[in-house]
Design a protein around this ligand. Structure first.
Ligand code: HEM
Length: 441
């Protein structure tokens, strides 16, 4: 393992290469290993059966880790950050809005936005395709979450979300509880961005509450407004605001990243890109993809599944022990921070053959069934499983199919993974987009 220093512990090694450090720690110290990052002590857990113990079997003994708790000033008590009975009630109310049948109605919206982006791409031009993916998934989440309402605010919302997201990876952010209200430029920008998002979200909620016909529309917010618990209670404006903010943040960057890493992987694996183009041509020809095509686009889905294995956007997950716990023969005292990383486990040669290779075909057989549970968990698991999983999978397949049908994307410089809250490509994804030649027949 990399070096350990007095006071700062493994921090220098972690700062230099977080993922390399965590993999080396697993290799050297095994499936339960202690890491010290300055003042923060954490336990790295790297075996699927232990992940299952945390996420499923004994999930009530754990809560979200300190890192996620720092997002509370932005997310409030939304689904990602809330706990206990409050979270259970919110999840019960929100769940129907994410049912497969419900989200099926969003397929056309997703394809419309992807076609609009493709119409802006010029053959042979160079552009930051990661930026394109961020705008695309933001437009989609805004439209499916709020209906048409956010259209007039789309640019403001995009800008405000970007400010918030960037600030949450800034070191100053960790000091926010002590610094709030202080007039530093970064904090002012952050607070103004949160206020802007609040104004838009509360405005939409108020309009929908007043206008009944809008409430009956099919967007997610309308469904959350109508959701009624067994005791007849529904969500307050503050709860709706927190859920909307959470869905805005959780629902667009992750999917954008899944697509961005896919463009990189297709660039360095041209044989996969060719196979993908073949499937798109066979299944779709020249017509636009639709919901009915999703089950037929098997190779496209495997490309996405494999991309989520090699570059999981939510590259690391954490929990805090609510009590003293025995895990894998080790004593984990109450209050300990525990991390388990899809990146580390999904590239473990004990579970995946040639784990560094991008091979969508590995998913075409019954790998899913033969894998130990939680050897592959890009969407987490147990009761806190990503509520947007089906939404994201459908979205990723439809967006990739629509864009790759018309264009080949060549990423010009190999992107450097930047593992912050999510796994971002450092400096974006400068790419050349080239129109695909029409397939014969
Ligand atoms: C490829 C895209 C996505 C990935 C990789 C992803 C990943 C994850 C993961 C790993 C978790 C669990 C976190 C934990 O256990 O601490 C999670 C939770 C969550 N995700 Fe996603 N997500 C994606 C897309 C989406 C979308 C599209 C939405 C909404 C439209 C969404 C909304 C949420 C919410 C609300 C939670 C919290 C659920 C709860 O605790 O009840 N995600 N996501």
């Amino acid at each position: 393992m990399a070096e350990r220093w007095p006071l700062v512990g493994n921090l220098p090694a972690y700062m230099r290469d977080p993922i390399g450090f965590l993999c080396a720690t697993r290799d050297r110290y095994g499936d339960v290993a202690r890491v010290t990052l300055g003042p923060l002590e954490a336990v790295l857990v790297s075996h699927p059966s232990l992940v299952e113990e945390i996420l499923v079997t004994h999930n009530r003994r754990w809560k979200k880790d300190q890192f996620l708790q720092t997002l509370r000033p932005v997310l409030g008590d939304g689904l990602l950050s809330s706990e206990g009975d409050f979270w259970r009630r919110q999840r019960r109310l929100a769940q129907p809005a994410f049912h497969r049948d419900r989200i099926a109605s969003y397929a056309d919206i997703m394809v419309d936005y992807a076609l609009a982006l493709a119409a802006r791409w010029r053959d042979g031009e160079t552009r930051d395709v990661h930026r394109d993916m961020m705008h695309l998934t933001l437009d989609i989440v805004a439209k499916t979450l709020f209906g048409a309402d956010v259209g007039e605010h789309a640019d403001d919302v995009g800008e405000a979300l970007e400010t918030v997201l960037n600030f949450t990876v800034d070191p100053t952010y960790l000091l926010l509880p002590f610094l709030r209200g202080l007039p530093t430029p970064a904090i002012r920008r952050f607070e103004a961005a949160v206020a802007k998002l609040d104004a838009v979200i509360y405005g939409v909620i108020e309009r929908k509450r007043k206008n009944k016909s809008e409430t009956e529309s099919k967007d997610l917010l309308s469904m959350l407004l109508q959701a009624v618990d067994e005791d007849g209670s529904s969500m307050s404006d503050k709860q709706l605001r927190d859920e909307c903010m959470t869905l805005f943040l959780a629902g667009h960057e992750t999917t954008a990243l899944a697509l961005s890493w896919t463009w990189h992987l297709l660039t360095v694996n041209p044989e996969v890109d060719a196979e993908l183009a073949k499937e798109l041509s066979t299944v779709l020809g020249d017509r636009r993809p639709s919901l009915a095509d999703v089950p037929k686009l098997k190779y496209t889905a495997n490309v996405i599944a494999e991309s989520l294995r090699v570059f999981p956007p939510a590259w690391s997950t954490g929990r805090e022990a609510c009590e003293d716990i025995e895990l894998g023969g080790f004593h984990i005292p109450r209050g300990s921070q525990v991390w388990f990383c899809p990146w580390v486990i999904q590239r473990d040669p004990r579970f995946f053959e040639a784990p560094e290779r991008f091979m969508p075909e590995r998913w075409s057989g019954d790998l899913q069934k033969s894998l130990p549970r939680y050897a592959y968990f890009p969407f987490g698991g147990g009761p806190r499983l990503c509520i947007g999983q089906a939404f994201a999978q459908m979205e990723a397949v439809l967006l990739l199919a629509t864009l790759a049908q018309g264009f080949r994307v060549e990423v010009l410089h190999p992107p450097i993974p930047d593992p912050t809250v999510t796994l971002r490509p450092k400096k974006g994804l400068l790419s050349c987009v080239t129109r695909r030649a029409q397939q014969a027949g």
